[in-house]
Design a protein around this ligand. Structure first.
Ligand code: ATP
Length: 247
């Protein structure tokens, strides 16, 4: 059982901007866990710290026995994949080249070919646009490519930063379906989202983050609804709003 454990995390940009202040949470193998909160709350910074894009001031971040705060801690061999908010696809490369690049660390050619097929089945639009330059794809298509490329490392833990941001409702549905499907296949997922109601519904547990990076509550929909500070911050009860609610 490999658990992602974040303990008393502090992150600062420069000398004065405190982005994360004492965040602690865990993601157990097989779970979907969400980080929710308004713009600037510090959610992306937490994800970036786990992904190794930024270094924390203090605190512990471990994935099983691996210390993710250690210099040079290798995420990909540990099975950690990260899809950043800006998606990070290579615009000058084709869809196919982006997918192959996702598997660059793998030596099993037959396995890579099979996994590419699996991603093209999961995201049929990528099959259609296989030879198209990634910069020519729409935002929703790029998001599908970014997730598919991350899946090419065969991750155990997938870190997703705002995967539905700015996308059409039908693509939002597709992304949430894929997240549920991947989790049903055994993947552990840490999700940063603005779509609070759907994230809470899909997650085993959600953590509510208030600027600067302070967790004010956690739990499933019932537990969050029973937390007055969380309900006041969210501006709605996770149990009381059937329609999608963006923070
Ligand atoms: P959003 O939902 O808008 O992406 P967030 O909850 O993910 O917000 P972060 O992006 O982690 O929040 O930002 C947390 C705080 O850190 C904000 O005040 C932000 O302005 C600041 N910040 C983020 N990145 C940087 C940076 N590279 N340099 C300086 N300050 C930054």
């Amino acid at each position: 059982m490999t658990t992602l454990e974040v303990s008393d995390l502090f992150v600062r940009y420069g000398k004065s901007i405190v982005a994360v202040q004492g965040a602690s949470f865990s993601v157990k193998e097989g779970e979907i866990v969400s980080l929710l909160g308004q713009n600037g709350a510090g959610k992306s910074t937490v994800l970036k710290t786990i992904a190794g894009v930024v270094s924390p001031l203090s605190g512990a971040v471990t994935y099983g026995a691996l210390d993710l705060t250690a210099k040079g801690a290798a995420r990909i061999p540990a099975g950690i994949a990260y899809v950043p908010e800006d998606r990070g696809v290579f615009g000058t490369l084709t869809v196919g080249e982006n997918l192959r690049l996702g598997a660059i660390s793998r030596k099993d050619k037959a396995g890579v070919d099979a996994d590419i097929e699996a991603q093209l089945d999961r995201f049929p639009i990528l099959r259609k646009y296989w030879s198209r330059g990634a910069s020519l794809l729409s935002g929703g298509e790029q998001q599908q490519l970014a997730i598919a490329r991350a899946l090419m490392i065969r991750p155990n833990l997938l870190l997703l930063d705002e995967p539905t941001l700015g996308l059409a409702p039908i693509i939002v549905d597709l992304i949430f379906d894929v997240i549920a499907q991947l989790n049903a296949e055994g993947m552990t997922i840490l999700l940063v989202e603005q779509n609070a109601v759907r994230s809470i519904a899909i997650s085993h547990r959600s953590y509510v983050v208030q600027a600067p990076g302070r967790i004010i509550g956690s739990g499933n929909a019932e537990e969050l609804a029973a937390n007055a500070e969380v309900v006041e911050y969210l501006g709605f009860s996770p149990l009381g709003r059937p329609e999608d609610k963006e923070l």
